[in-house]
Ligand binder design. Structure first.
Ligand code: OX2
Length: 801
């Protein structure tokens, strides 16, 4: 039964609480109330969910499957209620029952099924696809633990603790045992020929794992469209392998979905990660095939009816897996199987950093996935023959582009060769793919390559999390932008109005007060909401250069201490970042920030001019408070290294000014808002390239006293009395010659910060710039991005109900 108004909601909610827990509304615990509410909302959405499945089937619509090892969903309650249009009924109903909605909503634990931008992008795409009536389903792993939770100990170190996100239950998921499939590992392949000379491959002695899907509804805004995110869970099959101890088998099964791989930059923990990858990919392909056959009874038209988008290289085993199923299970020839596979698959690259480009040792794949290895090996040989025919004198091409190279399988190469479309995630990034990383492939198949600049869902990232701004916008440009976010540009007609500028400043002040309260709750640090809130929130990585930011803070601190007359506009520097547990340098930077924070915040000499905050346990929920409460958005990566960035868009959409390098999507932000409405500094990609050979970090130490003084604090015990603690950072900059050009960009960054402070003090001009940023943020809605994927890669049309 779907409740239609407040009264019906109250009745059903109270009834369900009684039925579920045998208690009155007052007696139930908030977590129980949250669970019951979540289940009610899921059931409410189930009617649309069913209607969507019927519509897809009746229209014989093409379906897209977004294969991603990560979906960083965050909390779902508010987003689902608002997308369904029942937020007011529910919150008012709860209020009449004496229940505080915000308190209930805070019971939900973030679904932290991802590391950072790549996983959050997948989640934004699910929201946008449903909203745009596009049949796009997600395919991922049902991790028992999300990415670790981060604590900071007394010394300032990051400590990782388990993220038991499902402890109280997950009301959004539905277990679908009937759709379980079998996934095989290890064992060996028997080959035998039949009377027609065809070879048959039989995977024997395998370890069988039961993959059980849990489906979550992905609810669109203002539409009935409800897609499915399918999360696969590993369970023991009824038989354990004869060659494996039964308990060993159980423990292997339990490992597979235990946790999110806590790294988005390097490759480690190899076998298990490989196992995770094949597990969700094989289960996903199987379930696509089953669904398709049920409707069409043939796989001949798979390429017309199914698209699989590979979110980076993690799911690239889907390529040989689909080949395997088509050939071994359904008797397709190699050539047919390859043609179908290529028309189904497309690949998104998210990074040019070489350490993040996955490569698997041949022997691992051979052992764990014997049949898959045979297929990859054959693909490689055939690719070699293709090159030979087309470029007979280009041995060099073979060496630089083959799939198997030096005993390693290059997943990105496999993906590029076997996909019909390859895309980067911002213009500059796609340009670098074409000119550098995938240059040879680009020369062969330029038509494969396209750009799809990332986007973010304006609902979670502004409309729902910044109601003050939403209401302000509504009263000036009408409601239309809520459903068609490109209409936000209408705001351009008003940016010169002093009244609006003042109104905006009041909204921002309100959001800053909310953030200040959050900071105090989670760190105990009291910050002044009238100071400049300057935030850098993203994974901790050398290329993202949190180090540059904290070095500037140290420089300011030293100047305040040494020059009594030196004044700066009060400034609060806010950091939020998790470091991969094994990433020593990144963890040191976290410690440094925390130690600097302790010293600076307790020094009376800084006199309210400077505060440093490290917010522990960066998460989606935290970002929903942090991004819209900030004045300045730090996007300061070494040019050419950040593929896109998506935090930059979240800050912009909520009226923060970008302080950034010309990298990733910041280049496009800069072009849209104009140089008067952001602050750009540092070397460009081209400058860095021509400078790389001759760069000597030491010259910057010798030539710049500010840098010298800052660096000295890393080896003289200033921050915690230990002279050796931060030596790794010192060495990284000097002994290893500063791979990310922190010192080279230091001066330019200091000047950029001075510009920020100067501009901030002209309150009206600042507000005008913020408003222009908001007005121009329409382009960065993931509604726009997903429609481009649909049009230009998948060729799928919005479904009409
Ligand atoms: C991230 C990229 O680092 C970031 O620049 C981009 O915005 C995001 O993906 C979404 O496209 N793991 N995470 C990323 O790349 C990889 C690999």
């Amino acid at each position: 039964m779907m409740f239609r108004n407040k009264q019906e909601f109250k009745k059903e909610f109270s009834q369900r609480l009684i039925e579920a827990y045998g208690t009155t509304v007052d007696q139930t615990h908030p977590t129980e109330k949250y669970l019951v509410l979540g289940e009610m909302v899921r059931d409410y959405a189930s009617v649309n969910w069913k209607d969507t499945k019927v519509a897809v089937s009746e229209n014989q619509a093409k379906q897209v499957y977004y294969f991603s090892m990560e979906f960083l969903l965050g909390r779902m309650l508010t987003s689902n209620l608002r997308n369904l249009g029942i937020y007011d009924i529910v919150t008012e109903g709860l209020e009449e029952l004496g229940i505080d909605y915000e308190n209930l909503a805070s019971m939900e634990r973030d679904a932290g099924l991802g590391n950072g931008g790549l996983g959050r992008l997948a989640a934004c795409f699910m929201d946008s696809a449903a909203t745009e009536n596009l049949p796009v389903n997600g395919n991922c792993i049902r991790y028992q633990c999300g990415l670790f939770r981060q604590r900071i100990d007394d010394q300032g170190n990051q400590v990782e603790v388990p993220d038991m996100w499902m402890r109280i239950g997950n009301p959004w998921e539905v277990r679908k045992l009937k759709h379980s499939v079998d996934v095989k590992f290890w064992g060996n392949v028997e080959v035998h020929g039949d009377e027609n000379g065809n070879l048959h491959f039989n995977h024997v002695n395998a370890e069988h794992i039961l993959a059980v899907p849990y489906d979550m509804p992905m609810i669109g805004a203002g539409t009935k469209m409800t897609n499915t995110l399918r999360l696969w869970s590993a369970e023991a099959a009824d038989e354990s392998p004869s060659w494996m101890d039964y308990r060993e088998y159980l423990s292997e099964v339990n490992q597979i979905c235990l946790n999110v791989y806590p790294d988005d930059s390097t490759e480690e923990g190899k076998y298990l990660r490989l196992k995770q990858q094949y597990f969700f990919v094989s289960a996903g392909i199987d379930s696509i095939i089953n669904t398709h056959l049920k409707q069409y009874d043939t796989l001949d038209n798979l390429g017309e009816k199914v698209s699989v988008q590979l979110n980076d290289t993690h799911p690239v085993l889907a390529i040989p897996e689909l080949m395997r199923v088509l050939m071994d299970d359904y008797g397709y020839s190699w050539d047919r199987a390859q043609a179908i596979t290529m028309s189904v698959m497309s690949y998104t690259n998210h990074t040019v950093m070489s350490e993040a480009l996955e490569k698997w040792p041949v022997e691992y794949v051979q052992k764990l996935l014997p049949r898959i290895y045979m297929i990859i090996d054959e693909l490689n040989s055939r690719y070699g023959r293709f090159l030979n025919e087309r470029y007979p004198n280009r041995q060099d091409l073979w060496y630089s582009t083959r799939i198997i190279d030096n005993g390693m399988i290059h997943m990105a190469r496999l993906a590029v060769i076997m996909s019909h479309a390859v895309n980067g995630v911002a213009e500059i990034h796609t340009g670098l793919l074409e000119s550098e990383l995938f240059h040879e492939y680009y020369s062969m198949w330029p038509e494969k390559f396209t750009n799809k600049t990332n986007g973010i869902t304006p609902r979670r990232w502004m409309l729902y999390s910044n109601p003050e701004l939403r209401e302000m916008l509504k009263s000036h440009i009408g409601k239309g932008f809520e459903t068609d976010f490109s209409k936000i540009e209408k705001l351009m007609n008003h940016v010169d109005e002093p009244k609006l500028q003042e109104e905006f400043l009041r909204v921002k002040q309100k959001r800053k007060e909310i953030l200040a309260a959050y900071i105090q709750r989670s760190t105990g640090i009291i910050v002044d909401p009238s100071s400049i809130f300057d935030s850098q929130a993203k994974r901790l990585h050398a290329y993202k250069r949190q180090l540059l930011n904290i070095m500037h803070v140290i420089y300011l601190y030293q100047r305040i201490k040494s020059d009594r007359n030196f004044r700066i506009y009060p400034h609060t520097f806010i950091f939020a970042a998790k470091a991969a547990p094994s990433y020593v340098f990144a963890k040191k930077v976290i410690k440094l920030i925390n130690c600097v924070s302790k010293v600076v915040n307790s020094d009376p000499d800084v006199n309210g001019m400077l505060k440093v905050v490290f917010l522990p346990n960066y998460s989606v929920s935290m970002s929903e408070v942090l991004m819209n409460g900030s004045d300045v958005s730090e996007q300061i990566s070494t040019a050419g290294k950040e593929a896109s960035g998506t935090g930059n868009m979240k800050f912009m959409m909520n009226g923060a000014i970008t302080l950034g390098t010309l990298d990733g999507a910041t280049v496009e932000i800069d072009r849209l808002v104009g140089r008067e409405n952001d602050v750009i500094f540092g070397m460009t990609v081209e400058e860095i390239e021509s400078f790389r050979q001759t760069y000597r970090a030491m010259d910057y130490v010798n030539g710049d006293e500010r840098i010298r003084k800052v660096l000295n604090t890393f080896i003289d015990g200033t921050w915690n009395g230990d002279r050796d603690d931060f030596r790794t950072i010192y060495d990284e900059l000097l002994m290893k010659n500063d791979e990310y050009f922190v010192l080279a960009d230091f001066d330019s960054y200091v000047q950029a910060q001075e510009q920020i402070s100067a501009r901030y003090q002209d309150r009206h001009a600042w507000a005008r710039s913020c408003l222009i940023n908001i007005a121009k943020s329409g382009y960065f809605s993931s509604d726009r991005t997903i429609c481009q994927y649909a049009d230009e890669i998948w060729n799928v049309k919005p479904l009409k109900f």
